[in-house]
Design a protein around this ligand. Sequence first.
Ligand code: FAD
Length: 385
Amino acid sequence: MERDIYDEDHEAFRDVVKEFIKRYVTNEKREQWDAAGEIDRETMLAAGEAGIIGLSVPEEFGGAGMLQDYRFRAVVNEEVIAAGAGSLAGAFGIQDDLAVPYLVHMGTEEQKATWLPRMATGEVLGALAMSEPGAGSDLRGIKTTAKRVEGGYLVNGAKTFISSGKTADIVVTFVKTGEGNRPDAFSILIIENGMNGFDHGKKLHKMGFQGHDTAELSFTDVFVPEENLIGGQEGRGFIQLMMNLPLERLSIGVAAASAAQAAFDWTVAYTRDREAFGERIIDFQNTRFQLATVSATVEALWAYNDRAVKAYGESKLTAEEAAKYKFWSTEREWEVLDTCVQLHGGYGYITEYPIARAFLDARVHRIYGGTNEIMRDIVSRPFAK
Ligand SMILES: Cc1cc2nc3c(=O)[nH]c(=O)nc-3n(C[C@H](O)[C@H](O)[C@H](O)COP(=O)(O)OP(=O)(O)OC[C@H]3O[C@@H](n4cnc5c(N)ncnc54)[C@H](O)[C@@H]3O)c2cc1C
């Protein structure tokens, strides 16, 4: 069925993204990112120049001012993932969906003016650090502390699994500024790369998203000036996190739908081309039936996706709805990817093929952004009231 959420501005923007991909997302580049375990800064700067990142930065700070209209970000996800560059899509998402929104929605005017113009161009890259070695799902269990000292905070602790953690210039960091685990015991600080006592631990080796860095971070008596307290308000960190999590979950859902569509397209092309027993693979009834199921799933994914994107644009996507879409879409994505790998036979297991990489990338969609068990918990809590 035809999708109807995009208008001609989005389609014109799609052409810009396709042009960018033609120039910057070559096989050679992708191999280089995978080997380095990170996206090179040149590519991020080129994306800034082309207006592909910084979409969520307000126009007055040099961006496209499209934080509320997620359709432009969705176009980037669809096209970059279709080009087999999940890692690049991930790096773009961390900048626009995870880091920038904290500054746009909650930053002080000074924080916005300091960081946003350079985040729009890719000169400053951000990351979001919530998870710790001992606390992921249970974020109130974090141990990283920020102790009030004259002029700022002294931060001690460690974070792990931080996407863009090695390459980021600033890390939006969830810390404890109070006692206990009440919501007002937490705050968010911008910790800058190069601050004394801020170290990057090992770069983590993942099964998927090979070209996007995921790092451990450690903080030993890092002095963070009070100007870097997000929104200038202590004790608001938990609420600030809750405000942005629906967008993070929407973005994972969009990536999941995009990957499912791409997998379907690659698999139709592959099974038309490959032969066995004197026939094309696509001519076997099993293949066509499997593809019919995948095609219906992809259709349903887009229908749900487009409703979620629209609801977000109208400020109506609740925490429960975002969580529901996140777990449902990533589970459908997983089924689709698994079927499509199978239809590729042995080549489906070889990472030279985009289907194998997309399969490995997809696995974490059910884990990060809040695990799907936590999503089900959020969705079902109101039922029990
Ligand atoms: C590649 C990658 C990138 C990531 N990027 C980031 C990032 O940029 N920033 C960041 O802050 N974090 C990031 N994360 C961390 C991610 O969000 C966490 O791994 C995730 O939230 C789960 O936390 P955990 O690993 O501590 O698992 P745990 O919380 O230890 O969970 C282990 C298992 O127990 C289940 N479980 C836990 N609590 C409950 C419950 N109440 N009910 C039922 N089951 C439960 C979980 O669902 C899971 O199956 C990333 C992780 C990965 C792998």
